[in-house]
Write a protein that binds this ligand. Sequence first.
Ligand SMILES: NC(=O)c1ccc[n+]([C@@H]2O[C@H](COP(=O)([O-])OP(=O)(O)OC[C@H]3O[C@@H](n4cnc5c(N)ncnc54)[C@H](O)[C@@H]3O)[C@@H](O)[C@H]2O)c1
Length: 314
Amino acid sequence: MKKILVVGASGQIGTELVIGLRKRFGKDQVIASDIAPATQDKLANGPYEELDILDNDKLSEVVNKHKIEEVYLLAALLSATAEKNPGFAWKLNMDGLFNVLNLAKEGVIKKIFWPSSIAVFGPTTPKENTPQLTIMEPSTVYGISKLAGERWCEYYAKQYNVDVRSIRYPGLISYTSLPGGGTTDYAVDIFYSAKRGEKYNCFLSKDTPLPMMYMEDAINATINLMESPIDSIKIRSSYNLGGISFTPEQIYNEIRKTNPDFEIEYQPDFRQKIADSWPGSIDDSDAKNDWGWKGEFDLGKTCQIMLENVSVEG
Ligand SMILES: NC(=O)c1ccc[n+]([C@@H]2O[C@H](COP(=O)([O-])OP(=O)(O)OC[C@H]3O[C@@H](n4cnc5c(N)ncnc54)[C@H](O)[C@@H]3O)[C@@H](O)[C@H]2O)c1
């Protein structure tokens, strides 16, 4: 059985991806790693390594020690955080990717998953049903790093036969761990206010549509993409993935169906400008046609699960 390394495993996606991979391949096959010590209880039932992805020697050591074949690289600075620290965001998001791509180029590992984002699109991109191939002029540090990363992934695939696979995730909604500084974080934060019975101060305006997805759909898509036969992977930059598109007002109204007294106030901040540069909805027909992507969670189902499971204790 192959051994898998997840880098950035303690974050919003990593926590659930490790659980999903361990369910599928066995807990000892999946090595969780993060720059942070193993504080996530949910990762404690299997192997864990403290690893800074910028430390190439330690990365090689961990890969050799566990005889890793596949790496899921999740460590990055996200959109809102990257705007505050552009130089470091560029370093982490690019050098981390090169360290892993080069391991595959040298034949040390066989397969890579690296996530891109809807942030690769920009203000000049068609906003509705954004195509796979279109104008891409991202206006954020994060988006620039993701678009550059996509180009490098395709380059390594074509020039060096590296099997790297990628998805442009929309904003992801989950309750197991908090989001890490993105522009779509409001769609998670709002449930914590609803559960506490507090008014929610939304940092985006009420009519800002953005593509989002419930985490379980994203994890299933990721593992399915990685397990698909190599011939079915036609796009080596990154696949569009749509999910559900809604505005803050629409998710607020959905939550009010179960919490009728819930209140919201709109106080857009610097993240509004980032959101305005992104698509409102995504055309993901290539992912559907090439490797059978299909989402299961609509807005109603997502809200129901979040309201049932978000924990505001402690
Ligand atoms: N969450 C989303 O909505 C979303 C949407 C689009 C794309 N993505 C992408 O998915 C990936 C994971 O996102 P996330 O939401 O889980 O992020 P997150 O911020 O929640 O988690 C990132 C993890 O990486 C770790 N990390 C930071 N620097 C590191 C380093 N030098 N070495 C090792 N680990 C390090 C952090 O400790 C953290 O646990 C990122 O590449 C992100 O750009 C996320």
